[in-house]
Structures are given as structure tokens and as C-alpha cells.
Design a binder for this molecule. Sequence first.
Ligand SMILES: C[S@@+](CC[C@H](N)C(=O)[O-])C[C@H]1O[C@@H](n2cnc3c(N)ncnc32)[C@H](O)[C@@H]1O
Ligand code: SF4
Length: 379
Amino acid sequence: MDSLPLGLYVHLPWCERKCPYCDFNSHETAQIPEQGYISQLLKDLEREAAALGDREVSTLFIGGGTPSLFSGEAITALMGGIAARLPLAATLEATMEANPGSAEADKFAAFHAAGVNRLSIGVQSFQDAQLQALGRVHDSDSAHRAIDAAKAAGFTRFNIDLMHGLPEQNDNQAKQDLHTAMELGAPHISWYQLTLEPNTVFYTSPPALPDENLLADIQDVGEALLAEGGYQQYEVSAYGRVGDRCKHNINYWSFGDYIGIGAGAHGKLTSHDGGVRRYSKTRKPDDYLSDSGFKRVGEKVLNAAELPGEFMMNALRLNTGFEIADFTARTGLEWSAVAETVEQQIARGLLEQSGNTIRASAVGRRFLDTLIAEFLVEP
Ligand SMILES: C[S@@+](CC[C@H](N)C(=O)[O-])C[C@H]1O[C@@H](n2cnc3c(N)ncnc32)[C@H](O)[C@@H]1O
Ligand code: SF4
């Protein structure tokens, strides 16, 4: 098979303060061991690169944690080190996550000069009361300043992360946040519904969240507002015009390949014989810092029973769905492996087919977990 598009994910696992709703691999620290960590990342990458031949990387995503806590010098060293170890596409999309603290906005120009060409700014809300309820370290003013700084630094492509369904939020407040992001000219908006994740403070001490009816109202008014503003929904939580969409994430959802480096980073690679392999890296930052082998933890080749579920879990998140030929090319399975289930879900109204394209219907998108479960193997 032809090589699939290849992305590179780099995980920087530290934050100024752990947010009470967050279950990402992120750890509070006062001092980041920048040099030691960048050096480990590059060794990790070297091992990965050795197995890849000359496959070109088309997208890079530096996520966290809070990558913008790193200095401009550290990100310059990281970007240079990556370019020295892997062939990068001339059109490389290089995204970095940033929190809207003022110390961080001061570094945006340095990140841009280092080769980062897309910022994803974690605003969450433009309302101070809501930011406090979420335990964020920044206020609305600093979010505005960070967006100004991103534009001044030359970022023509940036994303604003917003969450909705926040403690005691009503639909007007949720609308107001979207309005502000649109007024500020965000080319892309990620609009996530707050979820209570196990192992978080919010899970053990839940705040008062909007009830189901209000959540559905917020979803409806928000989607309508985004559509009016020209932000096309292309994935469950992602909105933007075609040229502004996040190519790195689209590659995940299209079941493309990606390398993962850094503490707890995940990777997925497809080999020439069609085998699809998933792995992750040592999760705890301290263990990763002292790791000399960069062993892939939990490495596993997906079997024929697991592949349909893994594919659908990604591809059905995209509003455009997928082409039948891509299912075969990316899983190595015949269409007959899922044809009957697909037919059943079309009959149920959860999937729709047009020519050779399959996608979730509007109802299917609302009950996406139920739909995907039809393709998962029984435990
Ligand atoms: C990797 S996180 C963090 C990026 C950055 N550190 C920040 O917090 O601004 C990416 C995004 O996921 C979203 N997110 C995190 N936890 C969430 C949760 N429990 N429910 C919904 N969205 C969540 C937030 O919008 C966040 O900006
Ligand atoms: S939401 Fe962002 S800033 Fe907060 S703990 Fe998670 S990764 Fe860190």
C-alpha cells in the first residue's frame, strides 16, 4: 500500500496549575527541566525516525500540558532538532498549544520565528466568573491580550478552545463566548462540552452543571451561531472553513499515521504488510526524563476484530465521513468486514450513504457513542 500521511505529536507535560476538570497527562510544576526534556525528546525521535525510512512528516502538533510554558529558545531547539531528524513537508502545518497567560503571550513571536505556524489558544471562556469556576490561572483580559499577541506575532492560523456546559452556565453566556471568539476573528474554534472525567477533582466533587435540556439548548444555539458566522462544523467539536481546519487532527480522524514522542505520547503506524500498530511512551515525566530506551509501552498490532471499531471511532467523527476505498486502504480489511453492520445502521437512520461515501446522519452524530459501539468487539 502507498504510505499514509504522517503526523508527529510531541507531548510537553507540565502546567502552572492542574485544572480541576483535566485528565490529560499534565503535571503542576514550578520549574520545567527544559534542556533535559528536549534532549530526551530528540533521542526518542531519533529511534522513531530510524524505523521510518524517508517518510515525510506533513503535520506537527506540540501539545500538553502547557507547551507555551517552554522558552522560545527551547522551542527553537526542539523545532531545529526535529527538522534535522525527519524530512518535513514544505507545507508543514506546525501547531502548538498555548495558555493565555501574559508571560506566554510575550513568547509568541519567538515560537513563530522557530517555525510554529499555528497556535491553539486554550481560552475556555471569556467570562471571569466562569474562568474562576474552572480553576483557570488567567482571566478574560489576558485571553484578549493573548489573541492580540498571536496576531501581532504573525499567526494567521490560530484556534481558540472554548468549553460549554460550564458550571451554572446558561445559553446566553455560552453564546456570548462564541460571539467574542468570532468577533476576534478566530479562523478556527474548538467548542467542547465539559465532561466530568474520572480521576479529576470535578469528578469527585462535581460542580452544578446545566441539566440535559439546557445542554441540548446550548448545543443547538451554539451550532446555529457558528454556522451563521461561517464556521462550518467538520468534526464533533471542530469548526472552521476548509483552509482553516486542523490538518493534524484530520489525519487522526482519517485513520492516518502518526509518531508520538514525549511522556505518555501515543503513536499509530501502518506497516507495508498492512499491519496497524498502536503504542505509547512512558507516561510519568520523571520516568521519561530518566528513560534510556524509549520503549514503546503497550505496543500492539490491532487484529481484524478490533480494526473496524478503531477506524469508525475516528472516521465517523468527521462530518464528511469516509470513502469505502479508504476503509480498505487504511485497515487492510475487505469492505465485507463491516458491510452488514453499515447496512443495519443505515436502516436505523444512524448512518447515511451517498455514492461511495459513508457518514453519520444528524441523528447518528447525536448518538455517536451508540453508533460506534456497533463496530466494537464485545469485551
Ligand atoms: C490538551 S487540553 C489543554 C490545552 C491548554 N493546556 C489549556 O488548558 O489551555 C486541550 C483542550 O481540551 C479541552 N478540555 C480539557 N479537559 C476537558 C474536559 N474535561 N471536558 C471538555 N473539554 C476539555 C480544553 O478546551 C482544552 O483547551
Ligand atoms: S486544561 Fe490545560 S492548563 Fe489545565 S491542567 Fe489540563 S493541560 Fe494543564
